[in-house]
Design a protein around this ligand. Structure first.
Ligand code: 5GP
Length: 203
């Protein structure tokens, strides 16, 4: 018997997209979902905890792990490496847990290539005006940085059409409901596939 397999959800959003709040609401039962902890060479920020938000590695350590084939995918993004450790993902999926990756677009497409059954979800802000408002609201960045982030966000949004699903993050309750509907659809499909596999294995 193959057993129940979890679903791999790959979620991307441009900064200001507001994915964190939605994900916390949708995947609130930690016993059923594993949040992947990426490795990175970027410097920790105040809000970071090693081993929780990221595994912080030196470039040498990261490159050693690339050679050892430890990553499901990795990219160089804004001058730093970011990578998804493979073994935890495979282990959790085969134990029946869903897995969530919060990664950028290039990595998301590489995951889809390696694991076509992954469900790619892109979260977009409802408008360019709202995106700018959200970036400005943080109040920590100057105009030049905000303009740069806006351009970067728009470039990422160009790729949203290649994802399996797009969720618009306008009104929070609506976005949570839409995201949950997408997860439900994916779960129905996965449950059916689990049954089909079991039937075929026992036929
Ligand atoms: P930050 O430095 O702001 O934490 O992350 C920068 C970008 O890297 C975000 O879009 C984040 O989703 C993405 N990211 C984080 N971990 C990974 C990873 O393991 N692989 C890829 N491809 N992107 C990642």
């Amino acid at each position: 018997m193959s057993g129940k397999k979890g679903i791999l959800f790959v979620v991307s959003a441009p900064s200001g997209g507001g994915k964190g709040t939605i994900l916390k609401r949708v995947f609130n039962d930690k016993s059923k979902v594993y949040y992947s902890v990426s490795a990175t060479t970027r410097k920790p920020r105040d809000e970071d905890t090693d081993g929780v938000t990221y595994h912080f590695l030196s470039r040498e350590e990261f490159e050693k792990r690339i050679k050892e084939n430890d990553f499901l995918e990795y990219v160089e993004y804004c001058g730093n490496y970011y990578g998804t450790p493979k073994s935890e993902i495979v282990k959790n999926l085969s134990s029946g847990k869903d897995v969530v990756l919060e990664i950028e677009t290039e990595g998301a497409f590489n995951v889809k290539k390696a694991m076509p059954e992954a469900v790619l979800i892109f979260i977009i802000p409802p408008s360019v005006t709202e995106l700018r408002r959200r970036l400005e609201k943080r109040g920590t960045e100057d105009k030049e940085t905000i303009d740069k982030r806006m351009r970067q966000a728009i470039n990422e949004i160009r790729l949203a059409g290649k994802y399996d699903y797009i969720v618009i993050n306008g009104e929070l309750e609506e976005a949570v409901a839409d995201f949950s509907a997408v997860c439900k659809a994916a779960r129905i499909k996965q449950d059916a596939e689990n049954i089909i596999n079991e039937v075929l294995e026992n036929a």
